[in-house]
Design a protein around this ligand. Structure first.
Ligand SMILES: C[S@@+](CC[C@H](N)C(=O)[O-])C[C@H]1O[C@@H](n2cnc3c(N)ncnc32)[C@H](O)[C@@H]1O
Length: 314
């Protein structure tokens, strides 16, 4: 079962109180959502979003938890469809600057009496995806090279590895994995592809091993880590969806509502940091990112690289 990272800190910074409403954009095992739900009883609601069908299935039937299997890149639309916007008085006609969807809801006088008080993004992989999905997220298991969060998407890691040009592969490993041997690895992939398709995680690890010099094969971080991270980011357009969701989250939040983002590598953290700095109408609550305590990291290694940033809508 996935153990939520920085749970105590999320509760402290989002400060959920009775009858407030929250959006969890990355439901996963539901650890954060369930803790928030307890604090917002009796009337508060959590809108839980995840691309992964299994995550949604596991959490069905919980009171005041609304589940949506969707990409958080479409946050505003998802929120509108589920009445997660402040309640509007019943009025004839509707305002000129709202979308057709919200106009329709306004005329019914629906929405949330407290608005949306907090939004959470806990990026990356859940332990369930890593260990049980069979989609090749981990180089420690021999599985098909898939890496999709959303099984309806066409692009898989296998497609990238077996069809992209050498330069494109090297660019992905360099840009999304900050991999120092990206060119050599891309070269070995092309060479190996000439004789056989690379279809599994083990096959890919073997190819990477041939490209990485021996003395770098025993560092603290496994030599395949960066390529696997890069592929996952490329398959799911993880940086693109993060850039899309941040302004939508701020738009949806009620005044004084907070956005909390937990990221797991510097590429994501940089995007969040810059957005918080450049976006007007935001108060940065965490001047420096919050890191898990030593005790937490000892208990849950996944938290090792986590960084939490929080901002408040003015
Ligand atoms: C780190 S886990 C969340 C764990 C969760 N906070 C908990 O405590 O159990 C991230 C989740 O986000 C989902 N996810 C990743 N990208 C997504 C996207 N663009 N849209 C919706 N869900 C996404 C993944 O499927 C995964 O279940």
């Amino acid at each position: 079962m996935h153990k939520p990272v920085l749970l105590k800190e999320i509760i402290e910074y989002l400060n959920p109180r009775a009858n407030q409403n929250f959006i969890d954009c990355t439901l996963g095992g539901g650890g954060h959502s369930l803790a928030i739900l307890k604090k917002i009883e009796p009337e508060g609601k959590v809108l839980g979003i995840d691309l992964d069908k299994e995550a949604i299935k596991r959490l069905q039937g919980i009171k005041n938890l609304i589940l949506v299997q969707e990409n958080f890149a479409n946050l505003k639309l998802i929120a509108e469809k589920n009445n997660f916007f402040p309640v509007n008085p019943v009025r004839k006609g509707g305002s000129s600057n709202s979308t057709a969807l919200s106009k329709n809801k306004e005329s019914q006088g629906t929405g949330l009496s407290n608005g949306v008080n907090g939004i959470l993004l806990d990026l990356g992989l859940s332990s369930d995806l890593l260990e049980k999905s069979g989609r090749g997220f981990s180089f420690l298991r021999d599985e098909p090279l898939d890496m999709r969060f959303d099984l309806n998407d066409d692009l898989t890691a296998e497609k990238i590895i077996n069809s992209y040009e050498e330069e494109e592969l090297a660019e992905i490993f360099e840009k999304y994995g900050e991999e120092r041997f990206s060119k050599r690895i891309a070269g070995k992939i092309i060479e190996s592809r000439k004789t056989d398709f690379i279809k599994t995680t083990n096959q890919l690890v073997e190819v990477i091993k041939k490209a990485v010099p021996f003395r770098f094969q025993h560092s603290r971080i496994h030599f395949a880590t960066r390529v696997f991270q890069a592929l996952r980011i490329a398959v799911n357009d993880e940086l693109g969806v993060l850039r899309k969701v941040l302004p939508q989250a701020i738009e949806i939040l009620a005044p004084e509502g907070r956005l909390a983002v937990i990221s797991f590598h510097s590429l994501e953290d940089r995007i969040v940091k810059r957005f918080f700095k450049e976006k007007s109408g935001l108060k940065i609550i965490t001047k420096k990112p919050i890191r898990p305590s030593l005790e937490e990291v000892e208990e849950n290694a996944r938290g090792r690289s986590a960084k939490l940033r929080v901002a408040e809508k003015l």
